[in-house]
Design a protein around this ligand. Structure first.
Ligand SMILES: Cc1ncc(COP(=O)(O)O)c(C=O)c1O
Length: 461
């Protein structure tokens, strides 16, 4: 055994006695590297200009701590930096500091949300926080929810529960209705459920990007003629490209009348329901059977943080409970590995809980209001003569110079994205209705009006 290995054995795992001095030294050093990286953000851009990270794989002998800290530094230097004020491309805001602490604590605890025995306090925390969210959006006492690693998985949890509870769990003719502008993850969900893309029925959107109710009614009639059995209608609360909100009230009435599960994909807009910010169309969400809320997308809870809230917890239990023969169960406590797709799962709820507790409702509202304010400033300042603009009630704007043909939209957006990147701005270029657009997501708390003015100057040049 080499000397290096003998020394290393001291820091394989935390010591169960003593002061853990070496652990503290390592954590302090990692914290310093991370904090320095944040502090130097201005100097670099949201994306590294030159990429030189070398992916070195494990060798026979383990690396020294010095080598590893060097590689950690290189990893950071070559990473996307969401803290930079020019980072406006996606729904990936700067991380809340209390959420970073939550991730650290969760990693150290290494508890497992699979079962109460492996995460007693955290099981109760997740259950209580889901219930708190569910009550806040207007669900009643039977409600609750489950966390999952991202919006795609929360939507999948919901759709599997919808299909199972409607008795169509193994019916190949069962279909799901979403709008033309719904997120692409529904295609993935359809495949995972063993269905064809034809089982994902698309409803047209109106000129504001919202589901067209007349088209929905016609489609329902056609499904019935074709003997297709609908297990869910999905209303999107904040579409990915323009932040539109489907007419939840009308859709929920149809779902009630026809006894169809209503799922709301509130990955982007759902969190606004915790506030009193007047968002047009954000009402009656408690009429849904399930709703996805992704606190990772705007308020900065570190990834991943997504919740599926359901009006009736028994729907999740019916769908996912199999019994865990190798786990001891406690009376009146549901093992959380039995109410969703994931089995072993980290304590992601800690960073959500700490983030929300630190912000309070006033802080959450302040962050969300600031994102709308930035979007409104952008809209007020951009030239309406030059640009075709798509934006709904949330904090997302997509735009393109007027009159561009599809192939010119491809070239223009590509060259603008490159030019912006050199000037430390990062926007995305979604493909939408046959053309490429530039998209600005105004969820970055560090972005000031002066940054938006500079961005617009570059865009209009
Ligand atoms: C409306 C909507 N739903 C679902 C998702 C998927 O979320 P995730 O990337 O967390 O899986 C996204 C992602 O941007 C989204 O915009």
């Amino acid at each position: 055994m080499t000397e290096d290995l003998i020394n290393k054995k001291d820091i394989y795992f935390p010591s169960y006695t003593g002061a853990n001095d070496k652990l503290i030294t390592l954590l302090n050093r990692a914290t310093q590297i991370l904090s320095d990286w944040f502090s130097k953000t201005e100097k670099y851009g949201p994306l590294p200009l030159e990429e030189d990270f070398k992916c070195i794989m494990p060798e026979e002998d383990g690396s020294s701590t010095e080598d590893l800290f060097f590689e950690i530094q290189s990893l950071l230097n070559n990473s996307f930096n969401p803290v930079h004020p020019g980072s406006l491309a996606h729904l990936d805001p700067p991380p809340l500091i209390f959420s970073i602490l939550g991730d650290l604590i969760a990693a150290g605890l290494n508890n497992n949300l699979l079962a109460y025995d492996l995460s007693p306090s955290i099981t109760l925390l997740e259950e209580s926080l889901c219930k708190w969210f569910a009550k806040k959006i207007g669900f009643n006492d039977s409600s609750g929810g489950i966390a999952a690693s991202g919006g795609t998985l929360s939507n999948l949890n919901a759709l599997i529960a919808a299909r199972y509870n409607s008795g169509l769990g193994s019916d190949p003719d069962s279909v799901l209705l979403v709008s033309d502008d719904a997120h692409s993850s529904f295609i993935k969900c359809t495949r995972i459920m063993g269905l064809d893309e034809a089982n994902l029925v698309r409803i047209k959107t109106d000129n504001k990007g919202c589901m067209d109710i007349n088209n929905l009614k016609q489609t329902l009639d056609k499904c019935s003629l074709d003997n297709k059995k609908i297990f869910a209608i999905v209303a999107t609360l904040g579409t990915t490209v323009r932040g539109a909100i489907d007419p939840i009230n009308d859709i929920s009435e149809i779902c009630k009348e026809k006894n169809i599960w209503l799922h709301i994909d509130g990955s982007i807009g759902g969190i606004f329901a915790l506030t009193s910010i007047p968002i047009v169309g954000l009402n009656n969400i408690n009429q849904a059977n399930s709703i996805t809320i992704n606190p990772q997308k705007i308020i900065g809870i570190t990834k991943t943080s997504s919740l599926l809230l359901v009006s009736n917890m028994s729907t999740l239990e019916n769908t996912f409970s199999t019994g865990l023969p190798y786990i001891t169960s406690k009376e009146n406590i549901i093992n959380r590995g039995e109410i969703g797709i994931q089995g072993s799962r980290p304590a992601e709820v800690i960073k959500l809980w700490l983030g929300l507790r630190f912000l309070g409702l006033a802080g959450i509202e302040e962050i969300l209001k600031s994102s709308i304010k930035r979007k409104n400033f952008f809209l007020k300042t951009i030239s309406k003569n030059k640009f075709e603009i798509y934006s709904g009630p949330l904090h997302i704007v997509s735009f393109l110079p007027k009159g561009l043909e599809p192939k010119d939209s491809d070239a223009w957006t590509q060259s603008k994205v490159n030019e912006l990147r050199k000037n430390k701005f990062m926007l995305s270029r979604p493909k939408f209705k046959g053309k490429y657009y530039l998209r600005a997501v105004m969820g970055n708390y560090n972005t000031k009006e002066s940054h938006i003015e500079e961005l617009l100057r570059l865009l209009e040049a």
